[in-house]
Write a protein that binds this ligand. Structure first.
Ligand SMILES: Cc1ncc(COP(=O)(O)O)c(C=O)c1O
Length: 308
Protein backbone atom coordinates (compact mmCIF):
# COMPACT_ATOMS: atom_id res chain seq x y z
CA UNK A 1 0.00 0.00 0.00
CA UNK A 2 1.24 3.48 -0.82
CA UNK A 3 1.33 5.50 2.40
CA UNK A 4 2.75 8.63 0.82
CA UNK A 5 0.99 11.78 1.99
CA UNK A 6 -1.36 12.84 -0.80
CA UNK A 7 -0.58 16.53 -0.46
CA UNK A 8 3.15 16.20 -1.23
CA UNK A 9 4.19 18.05 -4.38
CA UNK A 10 7.92 17.29 -4.42
CA UNK A 11 9.21 19.55 -7.19
CA UNK A 12 6.96 22.48 -6.39
CA UNK A 13 7.68 22.21 -2.66
CA UNK A 14 11.42 21.99 -3.24
CA UNK A 15 11.39 25.11 -5.43
CA UNK A 16 9.15 27.04 -3.06
CA UNK A 17 11.45 26.29 -0.13
CA UNK A 18 14.75 27.31 -1.70
CA UNK A 19 15.04 30.17 0.80
CA UNK A 20 18.28 32.14 0.86
CA UNK A 21 20.03 29.93 -1.67
CA UNK A 22 23.04 31.71 -3.21
CA UNK A 23 23.65 30.72 -6.80
CA UNK A 24 27.15 29.88 -8.03
CA UNK A 25 25.86 28.11 -11.08
CA UNK A 26 23.54 28.26 -14.06
CA UNK A 27 21.01 29.50 -15.05
CA UNK A 28 22.51 32.94 -15.28
CA UNK A 29 19.28 34.94 -15.36
CA UNK A 30 20.14 38.63 -15.57
CA UNK A 31 18.30 40.53 -12.84
CA UNK A 32 17.35 43.60 -14.88
CA UNK A 33 16.07 42.00 -18.07
CA UNK A 34 12.36 42.31 -18.82
CA UNK A 35 10.28 39.38 -17.58
CA UNK A 36 6.81 38.08 -18.33
CA UNK A 37 4.78 39.01 -15.26
CA UNK A 38 2.27 36.19 -14.79
CA UNK A 39 3.38 32.93 -16.31
CA UNK A 40 0.12 31.06 -15.65
CA UNK A 41 -2.03 33.75 -17.22
CA UNK A 42 0.17 34.07 -20.29
CA UNK A 43 0.81 30.34 -20.83
CA UNK A 44 -1.20 30.16 -24.03
CA UNK A 45 -1.62 27.35 -26.51
CA UNK A 46 0.28 27.00 -29.77
CA UNK A 47 -3.21 27.04 -31.30
CA UNK A 48 -3.19 30.80 -30.67
CA UNK A 49 -2.04 31.07 -34.24
CA UNK A 50 -2.01 34.87 -34.27
CA UNK A 51 1.47 34.74 -32.69
CA UNK A 52 2.81 32.66 -35.58
CA UNK A 53 4.63 29.35 -35.26
CA UNK A 54 7.92 28.63 -33.50
CA UNK A 55 8.48 25.41 -35.43
CA UNK A 56 7.77 27.02 -38.81
CA UNK A 57 9.64 30.20 -37.92
CA UNK A 58 6.80 32.62 -38.57
CA UNK A 59 5.16 35.58 -36.78
CA UNK A 60 6.73 36.97 -33.60
CA UNK A 61 9.12 34.02 -33.44
CA UNK A 62 10.57 34.82 -36.85
CA UNK A 63 10.97 38.43 -35.78
CA UNK A 64 12.73 37.39 -32.55
CA UNK A 65 15.06 34.98 -34.40
CA UNK A 66 15.97 37.73 -36.86
CA UNK A 67 16.77 40.23 -34.13
CA UNK A 68 18.90 37.65 -32.29
CA UNK A 69 20.90 36.89 -35.47
CA UNK A 70 21.74 40.59 -35.75
CA UNK A 71 22.82 40.91 -32.12
CA UNK A 72 24.90 37.70 -32.00
CA UNK A 73 26.65 38.30 -35.34
CA UNK A 74 24.95 35.53 -37.33
CA UNK A 75 23.06 35.46 -40.63
CA UNK A 76 20.36 33.25 -39.09
CA UNK A 77 19.38 32.21 -35.59
CA UNK A 78 16.89 29.75 -34.11
CA UNK A 79 15.93 29.51 -30.45
CA UNK A 80 16.17 26.21 -28.60
CA UNK A 81 13.99 25.08 -25.71
CA UNK A 82 16.08 21.92 -25.33
CA UNK A 83 19.44 23.47 -24.53
CA UNK A 84 22.52 22.80 -26.60
CA UNK A 85 21.76 19.09 -26.32
CA UNK A 86 18.76 19.58 -28.62
CA UNK A 87 20.59 22.03 -30.88
CA UNK A 88 23.36 19.48 -31.47
CA UNK A 89 20.75 16.97 -32.64
CA UNK A 90 19.31 19.56 -35.05
CA UNK A 91 22.71 20.49 -36.48
CA UNK A 92 23.76 16.86 -36.99
CA UNK A 93 20.41 16.01 -38.56
CA UNK A 94 20.98 18.90 -40.96
CA UNK A 95 24.27 17.26 -42.00
CA UNK A 96 22.44 14.01 -42.83
CA UNK A 97 19.98 15.96 -44.98
CA UNK A 98 22.87 17.49 -46.89
CA UNK A 99 25.24 14.52 -47.25
CA UNK A 100 24.42 10.94 -48.07
CA UNK A 101 26.96 9.47 -45.68
CA UNK A 102 28.41 12.30 -43.58
CA UNK A 103 31.62 12.07 -41.60
CA UNK A 104 32.61 14.47 -38.84
CA UNK A 105 35.83 15.17 -36.98
CA UNK A 106 35.26 15.87 -33.31
CA UNK A 107 37.34 17.03 -30.39
CA UNK A 108 37.86 14.38 -27.68
CA UNK A 109 36.06 16.44 -25.05
CA UNK A 110 32.92 16.85 -27.13
CA UNK A 111 29.57 16.73 -25.30
CA UNK A 112 27.85 13.35 -25.27
CA UNK A 113 24.89 14.77 -27.24
CA UNK A 114 27.10 15.08 -30.32
CA UNK A 115 28.29 11.49 -30.11
CA UNK A 116 24.79 10.20 -29.37
CA UNK A 117 23.25 12.22 -32.20
CA UNK A 118 25.98 10.90 -34.52
CA UNK A 119 25.25 7.31 -33.46
CA UNK A 120 21.48 7.75 -33.86
CA UNK A 121 21.85 9.37 -37.24
CA UNK A 122 24.50 6.96 -38.54
CA UNK A 123 27.14 9.67 -38.90
CA UNK A 124 30.73 8.43 -38.88
CA UNK A 125 32.95 10.30 -36.44
CA UNK A 126 36.70 10.46 -35.95
CA UNK A 127 38.52 12.06 -33.05
CA UNK A 128 40.88 14.97 -33.46
CA UNK A 129 44.18 14.51 -31.63
CA UNK A 130 43.97 16.23 -28.23
CA UNK A 131 46.31 16.74 -25.33
CA UNK A 132 45.68 16.54 -21.61
CA UNK A 133 46.93 18.84 -18.88
CA UNK A 134 47.38 16.79 -15.69
CA UNK A 135 47.80 19.92 -13.54
CA UNK A 136 44.32 21.16 -14.46
CA UNK A 137 42.97 17.62 -14.98
CA UNK A 138 41.62 18.86 -18.25
CA UNK A 139 41.63 18.04 -21.95
CA UNK A 140 43.09 20.89 -23.98
CA UNK A 141 41.01 22.00 -26.98
CA UNK A 142 42.57 20.88 -30.29
CA UNK A 143 45.19 23.15 -31.83
CA UNK A 144 44.90 24.19 -35.50
CA UNK A 145 47.79 21.84 -36.39
CA UNK A 146 45.96 18.93 -34.68
CA UNK A 147 42.92 19.68 -36.83
CA UNK A 148 45.05 19.79 -39.98
CA UNK A 149 46.73 16.46 -39.12
CA UNK A 150 43.32 14.83 -38.67
CA UNK A 151 42.00 16.37 -41.90
CA UNK A 152 45.01 14.96 -43.75
CA UNK A 153 44.10 11.52 -42.39
CA UNK A 154 40.38 11.88 -43.21
CA UNK A 155 40.11 14.32 -46.14
CA UNK A 156 36.59 13.10 -46.99
CA UNK A 157 35.19 14.70 -43.78
CA UNK A 158 32.24 17.10 -44.03
CA UNK A 159 32.52 18.98 -40.73
CA UNK A 160 34.85 19.72 -37.84
CA UNK A 161 33.20 20.10 -34.44
CA UNK A 162 35.01 21.78 -31.56
CA UNK A 163 33.82 22.61 -28.03
CA UNK A 164 34.87 26.12 -27.12
CA UNK A 165 34.98 27.30 -24.42
CA UNK A 166 35.23 23.93 -22.73
CA UNK A 167 33.51 22.96 -19.52
CA UNK A 168 36.79 23.86 -17.79
CA UNK A 169 36.81 27.32 -19.39
CA UNK A 170 39.47 26.82 -22.08
CA UNK A 171 38.94 28.43 -25.48
CA UNK A 172 40.20 27.01 -28.77
CA UNK A 173 41.79 29.24 -31.42
CA UNK A 174 38.67 29.14 -33.53
CA UNK A 175 39.82 31.76 -36.06
CA UNK A 176 43.02 29.78 -36.79
CA UNK A 177 41.07 26.52 -36.95
CA UNK A 178 38.68 28.13 -39.44
CA UNK A 179 41.66 29.23 -41.59
CA UNK A 180 43.17 25.74 -41.55
CA UNK A 181 39.87 24.04 -42.41
CA UNK A 182 38.84 26.47 -45.15
CA UNK A 183 42.34 26.36 -46.72
CA UNK A 184 42.00 22.59 -46.79
CA UNK A 185 38.49 22.61 -48.28
CA UNK A 186 36.13 25.55 -47.95
CA UNK A 187 33.07 23.28 -48.07
CA UNK A 188 34.01 21.58 -44.78
CA UNK A 189 31.88 23.16 -42.06
CA UNK A 190 33.33 24.45 -38.82
CA UNK A 191 30.79 23.88 -36.08
CA UNK A 192 31.43 25.19 -32.57
CA UNK A 193 29.69 23.81 -29.53
CA UNK A 194 29.73 27.16 -27.77
CA UNK A 195 27.43 26.02 -24.98
CA UNK A 196 29.54 27.98 -22.47
CA UNK A 197 30.21 31.00 -24.66
CA UNK A 198 27.09 33.05 -25.27
CA UNK A 199 28.67 36.02 -23.43
CA UNK A 200 31.80 36.12 -25.62
CA UNK A 201 30.19 38.24 -28.31
CA UNK A 202 29.89 41.13 -25.86
CA UNK A 203 33.50 41.59 -24.81
CA UNK A 204 36.78 42.60 -26.42
CA UNK A 205 38.73 41.20 -23.47
CA UNK A 206 37.56 37.61 -23.93
CA UNK A 207 38.20 35.26 -26.88
CA UNK A 208 36.13 36.03 -29.98
CA UNK A 209 32.74 34.38 -30.30
CA UNK A 210 32.53 31.57 -32.88
CA UNK A 211 30.53 33.82 -35.23
CA UNK A 212 33.17 36.59 -34.94
CA UNK A 213 35.92 34.01 -35.53
CA UNK A 214 34.39 32.88 -38.84
CA UNK A 215 32.78 29.56 -37.83
CA UNK A 216 29.86 28.35 -39.92
CA UNK A 217 27.61 27.25 -37.03
CA UNK A 218 27.56 27.94 -33.31
CA UNK A 219 25.28 26.35 -30.73
CA UNK A 220 24.94 28.10 -27.39
CA UNK A 221 23.29 27.36 -24.06
CA UNK A 222 22.09 30.88 -23.37
CA UNK A 223 21.01 29.68 -19.93
CA UNK A 224 24.66 29.04 -19.05
CA UNK A 225 26.58 32.29 -19.61
CA UNK A 226 24.03 34.28 -21.58
CA UNK A 227 21.40 35.36 -19.03
CA UNK A 228 18.22 33.45 -19.95
CA UNK A 229 16.10 30.83 -18.23
CA UNK A 230 17.22 27.22 -17.80
CA UNK A 231 16.81 24.99 -20.87
CA UNK A 232 17.17 27.82 -23.39
CA UNK A 233 19.73 28.11 -26.15
CA UNK A 234 20.38 29.42 -29.64
CA UNK A 235 21.66 28.01 -32.93
CA UNK A 236 23.46 30.63 -35.02
CA UNK A 237 24.83 30.17 -38.51
CA UNK A 238 26.38 31.94 -41.48
CA UNK A 239 24.74 31.16 -44.79
CA UNK A 240 27.88 31.00 -46.93
CA UNK A 241 28.39 27.27 -46.44
CA UNK A 242 25.16 26.34 -44.64
CA UNK A 243 21.90 25.66 -46.43
CA UNK A 244 19.28 27.45 -44.31
CA UNK A 245 16.40 25.43 -45.77
CA UNK A 246 18.03 22.21 -44.55
CA UNK A 247 18.60 23.70 -41.11
CA UNK A 248 14.93 24.73 -40.90
CA UNK A 249 13.88 21.27 -42.04
CA UNK A 250 16.01 19.56 -39.38
CA UNK A 251 14.65 22.00 -36.78
CA UNK A 252 11.03 21.28 -37.80
CA UNK A 253 11.63 17.55 -37.41
CA UNK A 254 13.14 17.90 -33.95
CA UNK A 255 11.55 20.89 -32.20
CA UNK A 256 8.58 20.36 -29.90
CA UNK A 257 5.32 21.57 -31.42
CA UNK A 258 4.33 23.05 -28.06
CA UNK A 259 7.31 25.01 -26.75
CA UNK A 260 7.09 27.08 -23.58
CA UNK A 261 6.60 30.61 -24.84
CA UNK A 262 8.06 31.83 -21.57
CA UNK A 263 11.38 30.22 -22.38
CA UNK A 264 11.28 31.81 -25.82
CA UNK A 265 10.35 35.19 -24.28
CA UNK A 266 13.31 34.87 -21.95
CA UNK A 267 15.66 34.43 -24.93
CA UNK A 268 14.06 37.39 -26.68
CA UNK A 269 14.38 39.54 -23.53
CA UNK A 270 18.01 38.62 -23.01
CA UNK A 271 18.82 39.49 -26.59
CA UNK A 272 17.30 42.95 -26.05
CA UNK A 273 19.15 43.37 -22.76
CA UNK A 274 22.52 42.24 -24.14
CA UNK A 275 22.20 44.46 -27.19
CA UNK A 276 21.92 47.48 -24.92
CA UNK A 277 23.94 46.46 -21.86
CA UNK A 278 25.95 43.38 -22.90
CA UNK A 279 29.40 44.99 -22.92
CA UNK A 280 28.83 46.60 -19.55
CA UNK A 281 27.41 43.38 -18.04
CA UNK A 282 30.35 41.24 -19.20
CA UNK A 283 32.89 43.89 -18.16
CA UNK A 284 31.40 43.95 -14.67
CA UNK A 285 31.55 40.13 -14.58
CA UNK A 286 35.25 40.17 -15.54
CA UNK A 287 35.97 42.73 -12.80
CA UNK A 288 34.20 40.58 -10.22
CA UNK A 289 36.15 37.49 -11.37
CA UNK A 290 39.44 39.44 -11.12
CA UNK A 291 38.53 40.65 -7.64
CA UNK A 292 37.64 37.13 -6.57
CA UNK A 293 40.92 35.78 -7.98
CA UNK A 294 42.78 38.47 -6.10
CA UNK A 295 41.10 37.53 -2.83
CA UNK A 296 41.89 33.89 -3.40
CA UNK A 297 45.51 34.80 -4.14
CA UNK A 298 45.76 36.75 -0.92
CA UNK A 299 43.92 33.96 0.86
CA UNK A 300 41.41 36.39 2.37
CA UNK A 301 38.99 33.60 1.75
CA UNK A 302 40.24 30.69 3.85
CA UNK A 303 40.83 27.46 1.90
CA UNK A 304 38.39 24.62 2.53
CA UNK A 305 39.25 22.35 5.46
CA UNK A 306 42.02 19.92 4.67
CA UNK A 307 43.56 22.13 1.96
CA UNK A 308 46.74 24.15 2.52
C1 LIG B 1 30.22 21.60 -24.15
C2 LIG B 1 28.78 21.35 -23.81
N1 LIG B 1 27.91 21.15 -24.82
C3 LIG B 1 26.60 20.92 -24.60
C4 LIG B 1 26.10 20.87 -23.31
C5 LIG B 1 24.65 20.62 -23.11
O1 LIG B 1 24.00 21.83 -22.89
P1 LIG B 1 22.49 21.91 -22.37
O2 LIG B 1 22.53 21.56 -20.92
O3 LIG B 1 22.12 23.35 -22.62
O4 LIG B 1 21.68 20.97 -23.16
C6 LIG B 1 26.98 21.06 -22.22
C7 LIG B 1 26.47 20.99 -20.85
O5 LIG B 1 27.13 21.21 -19.88
C8 LIG B 1 28.34 21.29 -22.48
O6 LIG B 1 29.22 21.48 -21.48
Amino acid sequence: MNNESSDEIPVLDALSNLGGYIKWCTPSVLPHQRKVSNIYKSDISVSAGFLGSYVDNTGVFKEAHKKAARVYGADKTLFSVNGTTGSNFVVLRMLTLEYESPQILVARNIHHSILHAAEWLGIKFRFIKSSYDPQFESLIPPKPEDVLDTLNNYPESNAVIISSPTYSGLAAKIDDIVKVVKNFDKEIKVIVDEAWGSHLHFSDELPKSAMQAGADISVQSTHKQGGSLQQTGMIHWKEKYVNSELMYEAFREYATTSPSYHLLASLDAVRAYMKKNGHEAVESLIKKAEYFKDLLGKRLIPPPQGYG
